[in-house]
Ligand binder design. Structure first.
Ligand code: ZN
Length: 402
């Protein structure tokens, strides 16, 4: 079961009886969180724990307010009906995603349910300080009048973010450099804040609840208005690199003598393959980018559109080949406009076909499943990570500063 990074707060496995108990709580809460509603019998089967241990742990999780035990459903089969355990809908994470033209603030409950999503239009070139102030005000408004247990805030930033402290190194599209974003939003709200690269968090969503569920070796690429990002899960662990900047598959080199990229190099995938070029080809305005799939399908055999789609898939294919040869994933998941490209691929075109034969054998290429909620759900996973890793850890009663 792949698990998102939790900022290095993972506890060592095994050891004392208390360690064992905490590990069992973490395993059960994560299963309930990701599984939605699971019966006691199913939890017993999936964990391999005995029934009484599962019972004791579930009682503790109910006591902590993290799961709810429903009445047993009438069972048509033999045997006693088993109660269904669901994640608490009042345990929530706040999500924040600053983009060039808007800040999206959301509330997501355990179980990955999006409760609320506010889009706050902003002027371009908003400074990090202004984003903190606008976000803090929105969060305050979002939580007012609700009785919720807020575990913290996750922030998805289109750029490179140091995972250890949520410090933004570079967010080129926002024109930010060296911004202590998580620390400042923490001071402004009184809530714990974590921040990470937005593409990485989109991947968290797909891994926890979407196409990558249960897949321990996965490469993820997502394309949007501001470029192409990605991430890699290997052996069930998210590859972060030494500071959290790993997985920048959009800056994979795909063409000699290629276009200049804003990263300073040339021939990067995200410089060569852009959403804007596709929108232009099918005459769609930027705010209708979600209609790209149908517009590409409607363009059918239009030679110009077809040539661009082939060009983009050829270059995307180079990036996918490289990633597949390096990481030997079971699955490549494509999101955003890369999914539109893939769904509209001409017959006979596929991705990963140039990877070495042994790597290709077990490879599935597919598209992201979560749609527009993907980033909110994945960003909430970052905020939930510590709770899922150690549900019984002391947590101060978290309420936003008023
Ligand atoms: Zn680049």
């Amino acid at each position: 079961m792949p698990r998102p990074v939790n900022g290095g707060a993972r506890r060592p496995a095994g050891g004392t009886a208390d360690d064992l108990r905490r590990n069992n709580l973490a395993t059960l809460l994560t299963l309930v969180h990701r599984g939605g509603g699971l019966s006691r019998a199913e939890l017993t089967r999936r964990t391999g724990l005995n029934r009484s241990t599962v019972g004791v742990c579930l009682a503790e999780l109910v006591g902590l307010g993290l799961v709810v035990e429903g009445r047993p459903a009438a069972s048509p089969g033999k045997g006693r009906p088993s109660a269904v355990i669901t994640p608490s809908s009042s345990t929530v994470a706040v999500t924040v995603n600053p983009e060039v033209d808007a800040i999206t603030v959301g509330l997501v409950s355990l179980g990955g349910q999006v409760i609320e999503r506010w889009r706050i239009e902003t002027a371009a070139d908003l400074t990090a300080k202004k984003v903190v102030a606008r976000s803090a005000a929105a969060i305050n408004g979002l939580l007012t009048g609700r009785t919720l247990d807020v575990v913290g805030i996750g922030v998805a930033v289109p750029g490179q973010v140091r995972l250890s402290d949520g410090h933004v190194r570079d967010a080129t599209h926002l024109r930010w450099q060296e911004e202590p974003l998580a620390a400042e939003l923490g001071s402004a709200t009184g809530l714990p804040v974590k921040a990470a690269n937005a593409a990485l968090l989109g991947m968290f969503g797909e891994v926890a609840f979407g196409a990558g569920r249960g897949v321990d070796d996965l490469v993820y690429l997502i394309g949007g208005a501001s470029g192409i990002g990605g991430g890699v899960v290997s052996g069930g662990e998210v590859i972060t690199g030494v500071s959290g900047y790993a997985g920048e598959l959009g800056h994979t080199f795909v063409r000699t003598g290629g276009l200049a990229c804003h990263c300073g190099a040339t021939g990067c995938l995200e410089a060569e393959v852009t959403q804007q070029a596709l929108l232009d080809a099918v005459a769609l305005p930027a705010h209708q980018a979600e209609r790209l799939d149908e517009a590409l399908a409607a363009a059918g055999e239009d030679p110009e559109v077809l040539a661009l789609v082939r060009h983009d898939l050829d270059l995307l294919g180079i990036a996918v080949r490289n990633a597949v040869n390096v990481f030997n994933p079971a699955m490549v998941v494509l999101g955003g406009f890369l999914a539109s490209l893939y769904r509209n691929r001409p017959a006979g075109t596929d991705l990963g076909q140039d990877a070495i034969r042994a790597d290709r054998e077990a490879l599935t290429v597919t598209t992201a499943e979560l749609g527009p909620d993907q980033l909110l759900i994945g960003t909430a996973e970052l905020a939930f990570a510590d709770l899922l890793a150690d549900p019984a850890a002391d947590r101060a009663a978290l309420r936003p500063a008023t």
